[in-house]
Design a protein around this ligand. Structure first.
Ligand SMILES: [Zn+2]
Ligand SMILES: [Zn+2]
Length: 358
């Protein structure tokens, strides 16, 4: 294959990162590497790429060096390919289309755990937003700070949801569910028989977020392989900022207490290939203080062939409208609408969750 223009590829990456509103330091890294390399004679560039000494040059790091090596081999750099997925699309229009295509929300809380409102209010607000369904996913027992539901309370909640569903407008239903803690050994924090009964199971890591990489990866992959888990919730656990000004809500204690928190460390290739292999969805969590996964990881999950769920993780009715934040991030990362499970009708969604283990 004939070599590509490595400098042009780096500049293209910088442009696309900027277009996708990525952090300035990341854009600069590619621009300064491009400038450094543009000053080199072509044969020195090739010689350094072959000898692996590009990173000795100022402004050239591991990631940019890898891109250059790929370009010189005549391949489109993987980094560029991921970004190019959204090239030429109107990102705002794509985000709006995606939001319009959503038929429901698969991660929400009520005042049975740490939410601020009764189930009925959450359901009515969701119906008014035009949703066809709302999965109620209150916390599991070990998350005591969030009043996680014991098996008995969850059984009572299931009876209650059945009664509420009877009274709701036609064309709308509450799906039963849980946001179940992924425990230290990768098992799920609720009785097997109950997990099997629920419509939607979101599994999230809420403890031991500082686990070292290999342990966290193993823990997550075991949970993803568990037939009861349908959706991997806010996979890095990061907190990017405290609540934005003007956005308040009752309840929501667990979320408000945390300020910023770094993402947990795991091998994203292993985690996302497990999601693709077992047919599980990666959640795009719409909460402004979470923005989880980071865009870099969403792009990796797109490439891995994963399904997605664009969820609000709402703890109050008004927060059910936060899906547009998740849609913007999904559009920036080239997430195809047909791979977003909550664009599906409830019956298709339930057939999909049933293929895992009911
Ligand atoms: Zn959570
Ligand atoms: Zn949640």
């Amino acid at each position: 294959m004939t070599a590509r223009d490595a400098v042009a590829d780096l500049r293209r990456i910088a442009f696309l990162l900027e277009r996708a509103n990525e952090a300035t330091y990341r854009v600069r890294a590619f621009r300064s590497a491009a400038n450094s390399l543009a000053a080199l004679p072509a044969d020195e560039l090739t010689a350094r790429a072959q000898a692996g000494t590009l990173t000795e040059l100022s402004g050239v790091g591991d990631v940019t060096a890898r891109c250059v090596a790929e370009s010189l081999r005549g391949e489109e750099p993987v980094y560029l390919r991921r970004l190019a997925a959204t090239e030429g699309t109107d990102l705002d229009a794509t985000a709006t289309e995606l939001r319009t295509a959503l038929r429901g929300d698969c991660h929400t809380h009520s005042d049975w755990s740490d939410g601020g409102s009764p189930i009925e209010e959450m359901a009515l607000a969701a119906a008014e937003l035009g949703h066809e369904y709302l999965a109620l996913t209150d916390h599991s027992p070990r998350l005591k700070v969030a009043r996680g539901l014991t098996a008995d309370r969850l059984r009572r909640q299931l009876d209650h949801v059945a009664a509420v569903n009877e009274a709701l407008p036609k064309g709308f239903r509450i799906l039963t569910g849980i946001e179940v803690d992924i425990l230290a050994d990768g098992s799920l924090d609720q009785e097997e028989e109950l997990l099997a009964r629920l419509d939607v199971v979101v599994g999230s890591v809420h403890s031991g977020l500082g686990d070292e990489r290999a342990k966290m990866t193993r823990r997550m992959v075991i949970a993803i392989a568990n037939p009861h888990l349908d959706i991997l919730g806010h996979c890095t656990g990061r907190m990017v900022a405290s609540r934005p000004a003007g956005v308040t809500g009752p309840g929501d204690r667990a979320h408000r207490r945390a300020r910023t928190r770094p993402p947990s460390d795991f091998d994203p290739d292993a985690v996302f290939s497990a999601c693709a292999e077992y047919g599980k969805a990666v959640e795009i969590n719409s909460r402004p203080e979470r923005q989880d996964p980071p865009k870099r990881l969403i792009r990796l999950a797109v490439e891995a062939g994963c399904h997605f769920a664009i969820n609000t993780d709402a703890h109050a009715p008004g927060q059910l409208d936060w899906q547009r934040f998740g849609c913007q991030r999904a559009a920036l990362c080239g997430v195809p609408a047909n791979r977003v499970v909550n664009t599906w009708r409830a019956d298709r969604l339930l057939r999909w969750t049933a293929t895992h283990a009911g």
